[in-house]
Design a protein around this ligand. Structure first.
Ligand SMILES: [Zn+2]
Length: 301
């Protein structure tokens, strides 16, 4: 059972919107691509975890803290007798272990994920001990991408290669696991310890005036200039975009970047490049305000 699903982090959402509306510096752009790739890998791994049929509780994407150290856990699976802790890597290409160093085939050294895994286990163990929970933790480093090759793979039971993933899940399914209130409490305690605001955020500073206004193609990111009644067309890839969904996306993007700003017809009119009539914008804001009630869209005029 998935008790905590995985969503794109706020950081990833913000960077994704920023990417179409300003020229991200190379470093930030690379950071964004890594985040996106990592997220896709974790989603891929979730697909495997969904094939587990025995009683388990899965908590995804936990950000925890122990003695002033933050640690991020991709997935935790609670079983009857133990916790499985997963660190998921969506690496692609050819790698090898050189002693305790992980390197690309061209010799570039990568931060060894096994060390990160060890750190996570140690911090999680201490955190659990502090709340009176003693349960074995089994750590795994999951390489999820089918285009990942690891030469000289150490015979390390913690490393799961893409070609082992199905077998790995089958093995879990052969276990006997009956969960009770103890496990529910354990998961609740972990959820309560989860920190929602990441201290790692590397989102660059941005302000409204520097951002490109308009509606952007979902496929290629090009700004859309023409407006023919219900259909907008991307000038580059020719993909038609439904006006209504483009408008809704525009509003969401605005809220992603400026969560505390109030929404108004004029704001969104300008934000979406003056492409869509104020009447349509006003109607859309009104409809969605009624639908979503309090909270989500705080204001329109
Ligand atoms: Zn396009």
């Amino acid at each position: 059972m998935f008790l905590k699903e995985r969503y794109e982090s706020d950081e990833l959402k913000v960077l994704k919107v920023l990417k179409t509306r300003l020229d991200l510096p190379e470093k930030e752009n690379q950071y964004y691509l890594n985040l996106q790739k990592g997220f896709e890998g974790e989603v891929m791994f979730d697909g495997y975890l969904h094939q587990v049929g025995i009683q388990t509780i899965v908590l995804n994407d936990l950000l925890l803290e122990w003695s002033h150290s933050h640690f991020q856990i991709d997935s935790i699976m609670i079983l009857q007798q133990l916790i499985k802790l997963f660190e998921v890597k969506n690496f692609e290409g050819e790698y090898y272990f050189d002693g305790d160093k992980l390197k690309k085939l061209n010799g570039t050294e990568i931060k060894n994920p096994l060390l990160q895994l060890e750190r996570n286990v140690s911090l999680l163990r201490q955190l659990l001990n502090s709340i009176g929970i003693k349960i074995p933790i089994e750590p795994y480093l999951i390489f999820v991408n089918p285009d990942f090759t690891l030469y000289q793979a150490p015979l390390d039971s913690r490393i799961i290669l893409p070609t082992n993933l199905n077998r790995f899940i089958e093995k879990i399914n052969k276990r006997i696991s009956a969960l009770n209130q103890y496990h529910v409490r354990l998961s609740e305690k972990l959820l309560a310890s989860h920190i929602t605001k990441s201290p790692y955020s590397k989102v660059p500073h941005y302000d409204y005036s520097q951002l490109r206004k308009g509606v952007f193609c979902q496929t290629c990111g090009t700004g859309i200039a023409e407006y023919h009644s219900l259909i907008l067309t991307c000038p580059k890839c020719g993909k038609p975009v439904n006006t209504k969904s483009a408008l809704l996306r525009s509003i969401e993007e605005y809220q992603t970047l400026f969560p505390s700003e109030k929404l108004s017809t004029n704001t969104i009119y300008e934000w979406s490049g003056e492409l869509i009539s104020k009447r349509t914008i006003g109607q859309t804001l009104k409809e969605n305000l009624i639908v979503s009630g309090y909270g989500q869209w705080s204001y329109y005029e």
